[in-house]
Design a binder for this molecule. Structure first.
Ligand code: SF4
Ligand code: SF4
Length: 153
C-alpha cells in the first residue's frame, strides 16, 4: 500500500501537469497590472492546454433549426433552458448549466452542441455572454457531415 502510494507520488514528479497555469506562470496579485505587463511585453501569457475531444464547454444553439419541442427543457437537471412561447424557441442561462450534455443528446434536430469555450467568468450572470440565444445556423452542415461519415462506415 505504502509502496503503491510512493510510486504514484514519484510518477507525479515526472508527468505533465493536468491543469494549465493561467494566465501567467505564477498567480498574479493583480490581474489588471499583469495584463498591462503583457501588453508592454514584460510578461507572457501561458498558452492554453490542448482541449480534448468531447470537451463540454459553453452551449451553442442553432435557433433557426430549433422546432420548439422542449425536449431539452425536460431533461435539463438545472433549469438552464427557458422556453420562449411566442417564438417557440429557447434560450440558455449559462450560469445555471452543469455541462452534463443531456440536452445535446435528446434534441431531435441536433441543434444544441457544446463548444470548446471555457472562459465564462463574469460578475454579471445575466450579461449577453452568459445567455445563449443564437449561435448561428450550423446544424445543416453538421448533419450532412455526420451522414457522410455514416455512409462511409
Ligand atoms: S448541458 Fe445539461 S445543464 Fe446544461 S443546458 Fe444542457 S441539459 Fe441543462
Ligand atoms: S430539444 Fe432541440 S428542437 Fe427541441 S426545443 Fe430544445 S433545442 Fe429546440
Amino acid at each position: 500500500m505504502v509502496t503503491h502510494a510512493f510510486f504514484e507520488l514519484l510518477k507525479q514528479f515526472f508527468s505533465d501537469p493536468a491543469t494549465n497555469l493561467f494566465p501567467v506562470k505564477h498567480a498574479p496579485a493583480n490581474i489588471h497590472q499583469t495584463l498591462k505587463k503583457v501588453e508592454a511585453g514584460k510578461a507572457t501569457i501561458n498558452p492554453p492546454v490542448e482541449i480534448p475531444p468531447g470537451f463540454r464547454g459553453k452551449i451553442e444553439y442553432d435557433r433557426e433549426a430549433c422546432i420548439g419541442c422542449q425536449m431539452c427543457i425536460k431533461v435539463c437537471p438545472s433549469e438552464t433552458i427557458e422556453f420562449l412561447p411566442d417564438e417557440r424557441k429557447v434560450r440558455f442561462h449559462m450560469s445555471r448549466c452543469t455541462f452534463c450534455a443531456l440536452c445535446t443528446e435528446i434534441c431531435p434536430k441536433n441543434c444544441i452542441r457544446m463548444s470548446d469555450q471555457f472562459i465564462m467568468a463574469t460578475l454579471d450572470k445575466n450579461s449577453k455572454e452568459m445567455i445563449v440565444t443564437d449561435s448561428g445556423n450550423w446544424t445543416a452542415d453538421a448533419n450532412k457531415e455526420a451522414a457522410a461519415v455514416e455512409k462511409k462506415e
